[in-house]
Design a binder for this molecule. Sequence first.
Ligand SMILES: Cc1cc2nc3c(=O)[nH]c(=O)nc-3n(C[C@H](O)[C@H](O)[C@H](O)COP(=O)(O)OP(=O)(O)OC[C@H]3O[C@@H](n4cnc5c(N)ncnc54)[C@H](O)[C@@H]3O)c2cc1C
Length: 459
Amino acid sequence: MAGSTSLLERFAAAVGDAHVLTDPELTLGYGTPWAAREGVAPLAVVRPADAGEAAAVLALCAERGQAVVPQGGNTGLVRGAAPGAGDVVLSTGRMGAIEAVDPVGLGVVVGAGVSLEELQARLEPEGLELALDIGARGQATLGGMAATNAGGARAFRHGTMRAHVSGIEAVLADGGRIERLGGVVKDATGYDWPSLLVGSEGTLAVITRLLLRLRRVERSRAAALVAVGSMAEALALAVALRDRPAGLEAAEFVLPGALRLVSEELGLRPPPGAGPDRVLALFETRAAAGAHDLLVDALAVAPAAAEAVVVEGADTADLWRYREGLGEALTQVDPLLKLDLSLPLANLAAGLAAIERAAREGQGGDAVEPFLFGHLLDGNVHVNLGGVAPGRVAAVTAAILDAVLHHGGSIGAEHGVGRAKAEWLERDRGGAEIAAMKRLKAALDPAGILNPGVLLPAP
Ligand SMILES: Cc1cc2nc3c(=O)[nH]c(=O)nc-3n(C[C@H](O)[C@H](O)[C@H](O)COP(=O)(O)OP(=O)(O)OC[C@H]3O[C@@H](n4cnc5c(N)ncnc54)[C@H](O)[C@@H]3O)c2cc1C
């Protein structure tokens, strides 16, 4: 304890007294994952203002072998930012600067603690945007989004976070600093830090600033809701829209259980044509002008879309409630088993059926309540299950993840691996890859202080 007291004093000397929190009333929130009913108060929460202060904190932790959990908005869904009682949380909350926007190079440097919504508000008047959006935009930070390689609805067109990070500043476990924020498009000078650190979930370095790629906003927007007879039909419709000049930006699906839940919990009227055997598809198009007509024309070639509801401008938000409202609606389901997976498009329909079967088998033949939805054109499925018996969670999870691997999918699509799926990673990536990852981790973080137990199971 004497050791930890002086560590805390040294943290305070590095970042200022006010930015080292130890009172459990203040720290418990940092130790409570999103929507969790319980959490753990960490040893301390340290809030460095910049890379220099973060370097000092990490150097102290390395000296003591002190485990550090980097944390942004704490909206992650795989317990990657969840500390143990003896851990130090390094919060990026004070790294909140948005530096000058570069309208020529189409880039902006942001602090890791800036939320996506703050950046969106800053860019909007300039007619620019980051072409990636996620439901947790109000609280999720750009540093956390880079660390988890966040995806969202627009990823099938513009890529996941990896495609949007062109430069990075980060602090390594020993306090060493990487700074590559120059913004040249062509830079073939060796190992590429953004490629390595994006998706590393706080296990290799703490990201402190990012250079993000921007694009001009297309202001005309339209959205359509269509109920179709099967997943295969929904996917065929999405592909038809994608392959026409319709400016398709999002293609989402909601299966009947999830639609019933969101309609009931948010008091929404079920859309026309929806029913227990129908799949709800939501499409959004964007263009410099005339997105509504583009969408109507594109839908006209698809007979399945005869009953589509098409709206434009601000009204698109009403249609998105059926999809984005699910986050809120699911907080009412307890217990809830959540898994974020992806399937190759060729196996999407078969893989979804296999997931539902696997859930029932894992439960020993008894029914579960499936609430399934996701992103049509990148095969990302959000599996949420109610009614899983507490003693069957591991069996249900195993059966579903096996089914996904059997169909050529990934066990971690856009939420990452975190602590929740670390023990599963080897089945997805294989022994040789895991061995290489461990060597990489050991080279950059020899004392293993950065997010132990995340991605790779704790030794
Ligand atoms: C309602 C809701 C909707 C969501 N929708 C989506 C969605 O559409 N798409 C999607 O991809 N995700 C979604 N998510 C998941 C979550 O928002 C993302 O994973 C997001 O990227 C996490 O950002 P954060 O700042 O909250 O990170 P945290 O939860 O704080 O941390 C997540 C991980 O990143 C690490 N980390 C955080 N900051 C840093 C840093 N600066 N340096 C190094 N490591 C760091 C942490 O250690 C942890 O492993 C959603 C979550 C919720 C609650």
